[in-house]
Each structure stands twice: as C-alpha cells, then as structure tokens.
Design a protein around this ligand. Structure first.
Ligand code: OAD
Length: 251
C-alpha cells in the first residue's frame, strides 16, 4: 500500500497508531536532511563525496588521526549550526501522545533530543561527544585549537568522536534496548533510512515478526518498502507532522 505525499492516510494506519500501546520509531539520516544535514547514500550524500574507509574506521584513525578528527570536527560544526525540523518535532510530540514510545536512531546529530524527545536510543553514538580512544571514557572539554589531535587529560591517548565506526560493534545496551522495543512495539515507524546498514536494518523485520505494523516514511523506496505494511512516500518534515496531527491523545 503506497501513499504519495498527498497527506491522506489509510484509516487502518490511523487506527493502528491510535490503538497502539507501544510505538517505536527507527530514524536515519533522512529525518535530518531537512535540517541541512547531509545523508550518506543519497546522490549528494557524504559517501558520494568521501570514502568511509578513509574516515570512519578504526584503521583510518590509526593511519591518519588528524584527518579523521578534522572531518568529524567539521561535521560537529554543521550539526551545532543546524536546528531540529518539523519531523523531529513531530516525533517529540508523538512521544507525549501515545502510552509508550521508543525512539531508536542511527543518527549521531542529537537533533531528536534538541527537538524535545526525552528517551532516545542512540545506536551509532553521538558526534557531539568525544571519548578517549584507549579507555572509552567520555571527555567533556578539549582544545579544538591545539595542533594535532587533542589528548585524553587522564591517560594522554588521542581523543576520538564517540560514534560507531565501520568494523566496530554497536553499544550493547543501546542495541538491547532497541531490540526489546522492536519486539514489543505495536507500530514501528521507519523514517529516513536506506535500511541497508545492519544491525539497525534488521529491527523492522523483528517488529513485523512479532506482529507490529511497520510504516516506512521516505521519499524513495528502499529494501524495506516491499515488506512494510504502509509506505508514506514523502519527506519526513511534511509527512510526520500531518500523521501525528491525526493521532488522538493528550497534547
Ligand atoms: P542513508 O544516507 O543510507 O539513507 C538516507 C535515507 O533517507 C534514504 O533512503 C533517503 O531516501 C532518505 N531521505 C532523504 N531525504 C529524506 C527526507 N526529507 N525525509 C525522509 N527520508 C529522506 O542514511 P542511514 O540509513 O541513516 O553509520 O544510514 C545508516 C548508517 O550508515 C548511518 O548511521 C551511518 C552510515 O554509514 C555510521 O556512520 C556507522
């Protein structure tokens, strides 16, 4: 069932959402596109302009830590200058309208929290945090103007962004919380993700296998589109506010 961005919704979808006890949302880079943050795999995305093997792996950091640090510092600046958009705000509102809500994100930009979402499961870390590359401890302050890569004030190892790189495992507790929500939710909204990167991409199938209604919100089709119960083919910043406005519940 496919809905173009005509913004009229199938009554069965509205009824599933209105009757849901637990709603889960899985978000990806597409939800932040309307905030001016680049996605990864779109034609103008980051992975069309940069090689992830040179920038987003532990071996890239070992080879050229300064290059990796500077790339993330550039992205951190872009994120700091961006604002949450109507899609982020709609999900924050939805959290307050349904009995229980779990927001699972692959994004590292912190825009869900800035939009007011209270509980956010971050599968791939957060670019605004920095950690010690040896001990993994979060470091609150560092000197961005220092030559080279800043060092851990405790052990002297290089600092690195607190994000998950290719070849690294996801944070165990975040993945467990996401899996738990996927298996218990009544509805899962899958927003702005190419559904190509695992293990996040397996969560909609877990939700569906345990009986949830899976709803994809994305202007483009993905490997999930054929499996989803409903496809809302439009930008998240338009589709989500219209959808959330149709959900009964406390404001
Ligand atoms: P991708 O760049 O792979 O996919 C972005 C998706 O957003 C695409 O399917 C677009 O069609 C869709 N999109 C674009 N604009 C949109 C809009 N306005 N509203 C809704 N959808 C829109 O990003 P992710 O799926 O998040 O991982 O990528 C997953 C992971 O791959 C990222 O977390 C990152 C990357 O490598 C790491 O860095 C570990």
């Amino acid at each position: 069932m496919s809905t173009p961005a005509a913004l009229s919704f199938d009554p069965a979808l509205l009824s599933a959402l209105s009757g849901a006890r637990l709603v889960a949302a899985l978000t990806g880079a597409g939800i932040s596109a309307e905030s001016g943050i680049s996605t990864f795999r779109d034609p103008d995305g980051l992975w069309a302009r940069f090689d992830p093997h040179e920038l987003a792996t532990p071996s890239a950091f070992a080879r050229d830590p300064k290059r990796v640090w500077d790339w993330y510092a550039w992205r951190r600046e872009r994120v700091a200058a961006a604002q949450p958009n109507a899609g982020h705000l709609a999900l924050a509102q939805l959290e307050r309208r349904v009995p229980a809500f779990a927001l699972i994100t692959q994004n590292v930009d912190g825009l869900h929290q800035r939009a007011g979402s209270r509980i956010v499961i971050e599968l791939h870390g957060n670019i605004t945090r920095v950690k010690c590359s040896r001990e993994g401890t979060t470091v609150e302050r560092w000197d961005e103007t220092a030559p080279g890569v800043p060092r851990c004030p405790v052990c002297g190892a290089l600092l690195r962004p607190d994000v998950v790189w290719f070849e690294e495992p996801l944070p165990e507790s975040a993945l467990a919380a996401a899996q738990h929500a996927a298996e218990r939710c009544d509805v899962m909204l899958v927003v702005g993700t190419s559904a190509e990167v695992y293990p996040a991409a397996a969560l909609p199938a877990s939700a569906k296998a345990t009986g949830a209604t899976v709803v994809e919100i994305n202007p483009n089709s993905t490997p999930l589109s054929g499996e989803a119960d409903f496809v809302l083919a439009g930008p998240a910043g338009q589709v989500l506010p219209a959808l959330v406005a149709r959900i009964r519940g406390p404001r």
